[in-house]
Design a protein around this ligand. Structure first.
Ligand SMILES: [Fe+2]
Length: 405
């Protein structure tokens, strides 16, 4: 379940990044289209002849008469004209129309093409003059003859704005958003791959721990062929109880491992006593009773599973204080010990022993219930009873073999 949840979150985050990236790309495309479109806005600026009236403008045209001479009936004049672009954007596709006296004629011109139509002198720039960057000036001019004085009365400039894409805030916003989505995607992919590797390694270690402890449980149970599988079953029942008690997954796992190891002290008990078919003598029983303390001693340096020593050392204590070895009672008995005690007793009754066959379902349930509050913690026992009544216990050999946590 955890894995599925992580995958869902991963897909959701990728989807969010994809949506942000798509919105950014769409935003950039719209901004580019808008920028292109705004190129086509045409403006006309009209200027007076005087320089004074134009010098405060960002874009203006100045025409200067260089000299005037008489040539027979006509008056000649040379005009230097300059387009000045002090705006923050370039201009292109521009042309200038100047109102002049009727009857003027063009003699020579430079840096572009002049034509006359009535009182309109029209200028189109040569190709090299077409694009005027921000801060630039473009010069052109002509020599004209007129019957009288050839004055320029009104100058009109038509042009297209040529704004750079970088001058649009939206361009930067979408670019930053797209870059951020890209960086977050790369970073999250890096983290995801790292996490996947970590999860694989973690799973491999968990498997190693689980198999090692189960192997130890098999070693313990091998001492007595009648208790084959006992440790694994006690571990399974203990975990089931822990689950029904509402413990989290980590604690359920911990209780399972303690269940596997609860009888580890039996490795120090002679097999002749463990497998004795008849009734044990008092002396033999005293030897058997040493196994919880022996187990605790064996496991005293094993700190990786918190509570393991408690589970081993106190699993034969009774709730009424009449158990062994320390005669603890009630809540004095560590929780791990009380849980293992219930699971252990149930498995002892439900499996075949060297001195008897397994007991009946009804007998076991009666026996467990009868000992609630004396041998067993009643709050823990009720969960074991529910597990049995719900059909989850006993587990078969096949179920036990396939059991994985
Ligand atoms: Fe035991």
């Amino acid at each position: 379940m955890k894995h599925k949840g992580a995958n869902y979150a991963n897909y959701r985050n990728r989807l969010i990044l994809l949506i942000i990236a798509l919105i950014s790309i769409a935003g950039l495309i719209i901004t580019v289209q808008y920028a292109k479109k705004s190129d086509k806005i045409q403006r006309s600026l009209s200027f007076d002849w005087s320089i004074d009236s134009t010098e405060n403008e960002e874009i203006y045209v100045i025409a200067t008469a260089r000299g005037e001479w008489q040539d027979g009936e006509k008056v000649g004049n040379q005009y230097e004209i300059e387009l000045v672009n002090n705006s923050n954007h370039a201009i292109r596709n521009w042309n200038v129309t100047i109102v002049v006296e009727e009857g003027c004629t063009i003699d020579t011109s430079w840096a572009g093409f002049f034509s006359l139509g009535g009182d309109k002198l029209m200028y189109k720039p040569a190709e090299f003059n077409e694009f005027v960057p921000s801060g630039a000036r473009k010069s052109f001019g002509l020599v004209m003859y007129s019957p009288n004085v050839c004055e320029m009365n009104e100058i009109t400039l038509d042009y297209y704005e040529s704004r750079a894409l970088k001058s649009y805030p939206a361009f930067w916003i979408f670019l930053v958003l797209l870059s951020a989505a890209f960086v977050v995607f790369i970073f999250s992919e890096y983290v995801r791959i790292k996490m996947e590797n970590y999860t694989k390694t973690h799973a491999a270690y968990k498997n190693l721990v689980s198999e090692s402890l189960r192997t130890i449980a098999n070693i313990i149970d091998t001492k007595d062929e009648y208790t084959k599988g006992h440790s694994v079953r006690v571990a399974i029942y203990s975990k089931m109880i822990a689950e029904r008690m509402g413990m989290d997954e980590h604690d359920q796992e911990r209780i399972y491992y303690i269940g596997l190891l609860h009888d580890i002290g039996k490795v120090g008990i002679p097999a002749s006593i463990l497998t004795k078919p008849g009734r044990l003598s008092d002396e033999e029983f005293e030897i058997i009773k040493r196994h919880p303390a022996m187990g605790a001693s064996i496991m005293k340096d094993f700190s990786s599973i918190p509570g393991v020593v408690n589970g081993i050392k106190y699993h034969h204590e009774r709730y009424d204080g009449k158990g062994y070895n320390e005669h603890l009672k009630g809540d004095e008995i560590p929780l791990e010990g009380r849980i293992i005690c219930v699971a252990d007793s149930y498995d002892a009754m439900s499996s075949k022993r060297c001195y008897r066959n397994s007991l009946s379902y009804d007998f076991i349930l009666d026996e467990l219930k009868r000992n609630a509050g004396t041998q067993f913690d009643p709050d823990i026992l009720k969960h074991m009873v529910a597990i049995i009544e719900d059909g989850y216990a006993p587990v078969s050999d096949a179920e036990m073999e396939d059991y994985e946590i």
